[in-house]
Ligand binder design. Structure first.
Ligand code: AMP
Ligand code: MG
Length: 323
């Protein structure tokens, strides 16, 4: 994203500061959010996924490392009952255990707390609390996830265009929001890097006119890495003129691979003892899944400049409101 464009983004205000017209716009985006939550959860439930409620405090949470996209200013850790717990950065570890045991197909609307660096306020794509529609399945191939998500997104857009005409018109998205064509194209991150350099994410988002998958992105230990080819069996979903709305992967489940990667990344082993134990006992199943950032998905649909516009109580990095 060009620096000049970035600086023009207006930071979303709190509800009490909005004019009448701005409140009307807020209400429109709120209706699109409600519709989107209803449509996506309905799709997952209809496909046999169980809906789990989220947790906020655990000993084990996402290390968010070494994802080159991560920019965490502070990690929140408190003691309860004499034990250190962290606020949920994502429920990835919970998903691995839950899908391997009682919930082979699951999803969670999971509040994630990530205290992003304050400078990220101007990207328009980062907030310090957001909600993921986080899902996992023992139907463990990337292809299965691609068709699941493509179906969910296309159903959503098609139905929105039928039922939310007034709101989409008010947001100037009635004509520009198109039902995507399936299957979505798949790009390899290495090819994009060769074409656009290190800023390939901005490059691809500008270029595409349809949603696309990008695969093979080096990141955290739990994403599956093919030991022979060195390729990562993971993926991001990019929306045209917007960027990433989902990250996911086939997941690691073998003890030695997980242990080696945790050590390689210099992540604290003691925070992942349960997942290591389950893997060692052969109780971790092959799974795949992903997390859809709800404010980003709705931000793309509504055509917002800043995704905090999709939050009733904006969580803009660097700004703390009373609510
Ligand atoms: P991740 O696995 O870290 O990429 O997170 C999954 C999804 O959550 C991303 O694809 C985004 O849609 C969303 N997400 C991640 N970080 C943020 C953030 N700081 N603000 C808003 N959404 C985010
Ligand atoms: Mg990501």
């Amino acid at each position: 994203m060009k620096q000049q464009t970035v600086q023009l983004i207006e930071i979303p205000k709190s509800l009490d500061q909005l004019s009448k017209a701005e409140l009307e716009r807020k209400a429109c985006i709120g209706k699109i959010m409600t519709y989107t939550l209803s449509s996506l959860t309905n799709t997952f439930v209809k496909k046999g996924f169980q809906w789990l409620l989220p947790v906020a405090l655990s000993q084990s949470t996402d290390p968010l490392w070494p994802d080159p996209g991560a920019s965490i200013e502070k990690r929140i850790e408190v003691d309860i009952y004499g034990k250190p717990v962290r606020t949920t950065a994502s429920m990835i570890i919970h998903k691995l255990i839950a899908a391997s045991t009682a919930y082979p197909k699951l999803f969670i609307l999971s509040p994630n707390i990530r205290i992003e660096k304050a400078e990220r306020a101007k990207t328009g794509k980062h907030i310090y609390e957001f909600t993921q529609l986080d899902f996992g399945t023992t139907d463990a191939t990337s292809k299965a996830v691609f068709s699941l998500v493509e179906d969910a997104v296309c159903t959503l857009v098609k139905d929105l265009k039928r039922d939310m005409k007034e709101e989409l018109t008010a947001l100037c998205r009635c004509d520009t929001l198109k039902v995507p064509k399936t299957p979505f194209k798949i790009y390899d991150r290495e090819d994009l890097e060769a074409k656009y350099g290190s800023d390939w994410e901005a490059g691809v988002a500008q270029e595409i006119t349809e949603p696309v998958w990008v695969t093979n992105i080096p990141r955290e230990f739990y994403d599956f890495e093919d030991a022979k080819t060195g390729k990562w069996d993971n993926y991001d979903l990019f929306m045209p003129q917007f960027g990433e709305v989902l990250s996911g992967a086939k997941r690691e489940y073998e003890y030695m691979k997980i242990l080696t990667k945790i050590e390689r990344d210099q992540v604290k082993k003691e925070n992942y003892s349960l997942v290591l134990k389950m893997a060692k006992e052969g109780r971790l199943k092959p799974t795949a899944g992903g997390g859809i950032g709800m404010e980003r998905l709705v931000g793309w649909i509504a055509g917002v400049k800043h995704i905090a516009e999709c939050q009733p109580f904006p969580r803009v990095p660097g700004t703390v409101h009373e609510l």
